[in-house]
Write a protein that binds this ligand. Structure first.
Ligand code: HEC
Ligand code: HEC
Ligand code: HEC
Ligand code: HEC
Ligand code: HEC
Ligand code: HEC
Length: 503
């Protein structure tokens, strides 16, 4: 028999390697073709097509090489393999073995193709993104499930359409798989994400800035930390705005920030929370204005080497879907809904306190929350403890749920690690620039007037008569802190541990 490959190729090890390599290669082709014909792109499927299967392909090639080298060595020692085994189909034993082998192979290939197709489908699902890396992405996945984007796939924001980003994500995807396997990932996974795709190409697939419009009314209910949990109700119109030539008058947050201005800024920390330098360029007149902070000094080196960023959706909506609420926010909401009974004395105060203790594990947290709330009522209000036992137990279970949705000690995740840039109460947010201390050379200040971004329509504290006006009422801080809320950032007080700022 004439061999058209070197004789050292013909040995069982090499042939097994070749089989493995061809099978993997075949599957890669199969999945690639499948991908080319599917309408929706499935970025994470690439983990299978571009990481796992090539792994087998390379293994097959290595086995081939090993077989050849081994065979060479044997040949040098003079041990030649005469022939490959001959299959004689007239021999019944051979015939049986041959058929079992061929049918087995066909079934195996069919199953492998089917299996890899299933795996391929699975990789595009959000359960895959959120759970395959289990604990690692548990915080992001949990927050996502409770957000308004819970039906928007992870890949829609994190990868988006188009081939370039698909390949880019493949490369960083391989690194992610490696870092999870070898326990090399940071806790928490850090934001801002390096090289996150520009929001224009992701968010704007669904939210088209030119059609943003109008003002949004929001009404928030707050409870103070006194014995009666004094209630405050605040309504305001948030000037979302936007617009285009056809829509007539244009105004509001999106119009100023996103449509008519281009804003570039320099942040001196990784989290982009400290911003000493801002440039606004009007997209209508082309005029540029540079604002510098009078409270945060910036060195020449920072100005020269710093990372300048053009503001886009993510600079405000950084917690578009992975939002971890501060305890006061969650407790206010749950109390307003009636799930925690506001007639329990000091329930607001104790709730915020027990949630934000910085526990080391979830188990300890859930146990401590229960023990501490029970102890408090048992000790200070024994009558209420026995007459409203069910209300107290209900409050405890609500608090445990709030904890589970918003705190992830295993990954060091909580609202403190991931400040939300929308608003200004629990992190500087808009006040990173709108603090009244960013001034241009001709004396213009980035506005910090309370009516720039929203109009307070009404405010009611306790049983007082509500203040209200469509033109806006002056804000009254619910507890008397003099004028300090005008000169300090709200977050200077509201991000402290509870006990530090309650008078
Ligand atoms: C609505 C768009 C959107 C969706 C859908 C989305 N994310 Fe995100 N994700 C973001 C943004 C925005 C950030 C913050 C980026 C930044 O600050 O640089 C982020 C950040 C993250 C981070 C970094 C840590 C953090 O909390 O900032 C992880 C991990 C993450 N997302 C995983 C996921 C997973 C898993 C899913 C699906 C279950 C998902 N994301 C769905 C927009 C989205
Ligand atoms: C695949 C489509 C899609 C993409 C991509 C998307 N969103 Fe959304 N977004 C939605 C849907 C659907 C809602 C829910 C609308 C509703 O509740 O009325 C929503 C709601 C919102 C809301 C209002 C609700 C809230 O939580 O405040 C904001 C803000 C928002 N998206 C911002 C973003 C940002 C920022 C990005 C990019 C990081 C983004 N979206 C990407 C579909 C999308
Ligand atoms: C200057 C900060 C800022 C920037 C930049 C920004 N937004 Fe917003 N956006 C806001 C604020 C503030 C609100 C109102 C608060 C809220 O509803 O969460 C809002 C509301 C929204 C809403 C909800 C509208 C509604 O009716 O509830 C969507 C959707 C949205 N933004 C999408 C985007 C997208 C997409 C981009 C990027 C093209 C973007 N935003 C850029 C600050 C910003
Ligand atoms: C990186 C700095 C920066 C951040 C952060 C920022 N802004 Fe601004 N904003 C500016 C600058 C600069 C201007 C002024 C543009 C000019 O020169 O007219 C402006 C103007 C505005 C205006 C128009 C003001 C007017 O007088 O008409 C609104 C409304 C606004 N911002 C809302 C917001 C909201 C809401 C947030 C937070 C979600 C926010 N901005 C966060 C830099 C910022
Ligand atoms: C640069 C824009 C901007 C300015 C200036 C501004 N705010 Fe706000 N404020 C916001 C945004 C955005 C939110 C979040 C709205 C939402 O939750 O959708 C907010 C939320 C609030 C809330 C509700 C807080 C919460 O989380 O429950 C209060 C109260 C408030 N603002 C008061 C004020 C007062 C008082 C001033 C003047 C010192 C002021 N704001 C100035 C943009 C602004
Ligand atoms: C000097 C510290 C300080 C500053 C600055 C400050 N606050 Fe407060 N704030 C307090 C204290 C103390 C309370 C009472 C907390 C309680 O009873 O739980 C409070 C309570 C509140 C509450 C209701 C209770 C809650 O947390 O649910 C709101 C809303 C509020 N502040 C808004 C603001 C806003 C908006 C700003 C910025 C414009 C601001 N505060 C600035 C100290 C401060």
């Amino acid at each position: 028999m004439r061999k058209w490959l070197p004789s050292s190729f013909y040995n069982p090890i090499t042939i097994a390697g070749a089989a493995l390599a061809s099978l993997s290669f075949g599957l890669i082709l199969f999945l690639t073709v499948l991908e080319a014909f599917s309408s929706d792109n499935k970025p994470y499927a690439g983990i299978l097509t571009f990481i796992i299967l090539p792994g087998f392909l390379i293994l097959g090639l290595l086995i081939i090489a090993y077989g050849i080298i081994r065979e060479r060595r044997r040949e040098l020692q003079g041990k030649f393999r005469e022939k490959l085994p001959v299959i004689d189909l007239n021999d019944d034993k051979h015939k049986r073995a041959f058929f079992i082998f061929s049918i087995g192979t066909i079934i195996l290939i069919a199953f492998t193709a089917f299996g890899s197709f299933k795996a391929y489908e699975y990789t595009e699902s959000d359960a895959f993104c959120g759970t395959i890396c289990h604990k690692v992405m548990e915080p992001e996945y949990t927050a996502y499930k409770y957000s308004s984007h819970s039906r928007v796939g992870c890949v829609k924001c994190h990868i988006g359409p188009g081939a370039g980003w698909f390949v880019k994500s493949k490369i960083s995807g391989s690194y992610q798989v490696y870092s999870v396997l070898f326990n090399k990932f940071p806790r928490p996974i850090e934001a801002p994400i390096e090289n996150l795709r520009p929001a224009k190409e992701t968010c704007e697939q669904c939210h088209w800035p030119r059609v943003f419009y109008g003002k949004k009314e929001i009404t928030n209910t707050y409870y103070l930390s006194d014995e009666n949990n004094t209630r405050m109700i605040l309504s305001m119109l948030v000037k979302i705005g936007g617009g285009n030539q056809e829509a007539g008058v244009t105004s509001g947050i999106h119009w100023h920030m996103n449509i008519s201005n281009q804003i570039t800024y320099l942040a001196i920390d990784r989290e982009r929370q400290v911003i000493p330098w801002v440039k606004a360029k009007s997209m209508i007149t082309g005029k540029e204005t540079i604002y510098r902070s009078t409270s945060v000094p910036v060195t020449k080196g920072e100005l020269k080497n710093g990372e300048y960023r053009t503001m886009d959706c993510i600079d405000c909506h950084n917690r578009a879907t992975h939002k971890y609420n501060p305890p006061a926010t969650s407790v206010n909401q749950v109390m307003a809904a009636g799930w925690i009974d506001a007639s329990l004395p000091y329930i607001k105060s104790i709730s915020v306190k027990v949630l934000d203790r910085g526990y080391t594990t979830k188990e300890i947290a859930l146990d401590s929350i229960k023990a501490e709330v029970e102890d408090f009522y048992q000790g200070d209000y024994p009558e209420i403890y026995s007459s409203k036992k069910d209300k107290i137990e209900k409050a405890i279970s609500e608090l445990q749920d709030i904890y589970s949705r918003n705190y992830f000690p295993y990954m060091n995740v909580s609202w403190r690690k991931f400040p939300d840039n929308i608003g200004h109460m629990y992190s500087p947010g808009c006040f990173r620039c709108h603090d009244g201390k960013h001034v241009s050379s001709d004396g213009k200040v980035i506005s910090n007037d309370c009516n720039t971004c929203h109009t307070i329509l009404s405010q009611q504290i306790g049983d007082q008569k509500p203040e209200m006006s469509m033109l806006g009422v002056d804000y009254i801080h619910p507890v008397n802190i003099g004028k300090s809320w005008k000169s300090m950032l709200c977050s200077d007080c509201h991000t402290r541990q509870k006990n530090d700022y309650i008078p």
